[in-house]
Design a protein around this ligand. Structure first.
Ligand SMILES: Cc1cc2nc3c(=O)[nH]c(=O)nc-3n(C[C@H](O)[C@H](O)[C@H](O)COP(=O)(O)O)c2cc1C
Length: 216
């Protein structure tokens, strides 16, 4: 899917069944360059604001970066970290004949994102207020997941990334964020070049236990 011709912000995404949306909100890392309307960015962030938070403090802050030079600046730092830390593991995995094909595909998509991040039309950062001086990642993840689900509902591709944290302070300064409001996640968002669909997952019965965990 690329950018639809016309969008009704009020109705787009409102008809996606919740559970099927959850099952098919896979990481979409191949994105078209077409811009995303500001009102749609606002809509998916609004979805995020309905997340629970301790004491209903609602610590989240969204910073949507859309200007090409600013996206290029961020992408430069992201790909640097990716090449340094992730790419070597990827090379090793590719050489291992026993490494599952699905995981190789996943890594290829992650590499594609790293090399094309500057083209993703929206770099959405989710940041949040610290509490007693400590970052509050756990307070932000329900909100982040809501944004990802909202993207799924309206047909936008998105994925959850955190490796920008390697350049965390520098990037936060660039975004106007302070040590009291560090960024937690970067969601590259755009119109998907592929499709939403169910990602590979182990069956729930291998994960669910009643009353007491029994090791397999
Ligand atoms: C805490 C966390 C951090 C992640 N950081 C990155 C990242 O920096 N870059 C990236 O490409 N994917 C990152 N991912 C995305 C996962 O790799 C992705 O969800 C996983 O590959 C599953 O994809 P699927 O839902 O399409 O199966 C992160 C996921 C989580 C939960």
């Amino acid at each position: 899917m690329t950018a639809p011709g016309s969008i009704d912000i009020e109705t787009i995404g409102e008809d996606v069944p919740l559970l099927e949306g959850m099952r098919t909100a896979r990481a979409i890392r191949r994105l078209a360059r077409d811009p995303v309307p500001t009102e749609l960015i606002r809509k998916v962030c609004e979805g995020g604001t309905y997340a629970p938070s301790g004491g209903n403090r609602q610590p989240w802050i969204f910073v949507a970066v859309t200007e090409p030079e600013r996206r290029a600046w961020i992408a430069e730092r992201y790909v640097e970290t990716f090449r340094e830390y992730i790419a070597p593991a990827f090379e090793a995995a590719k050489a291992d004949p026993d490494f599952p094909e699905a995981k190789v595909r996943n890594m290829k998509a992650a590499l594609h994102l790293a090399e094309h991040l500057h083209e993703a039309p929206v770099h959405l950062f989710v940041a949040g207020w610290t509490r007693r001086g400590a970052p509050q990642e756990q307070a932000l993840f329900p909100c982040i997941q809501n944004v990802l689900l909202a993207c799924r509902a309206v047909g936008l591709g998105a994925s959850l990334t955190t490796i920008h944290r390697t350049h965390g302070e520098e990037i936060d300064r660039y975004l106007g964020l302070s040590e009291r409001t560090p960024s937690c996640a970067l969601l590259p968002i755009g119109w998907p070049l592929g499709r939403h669909g169910r990602p590979p997952r182990e069956p729930v019965d291998t994960k669910l236990h009643f009353e007491r965990y029994e090791a397999p």
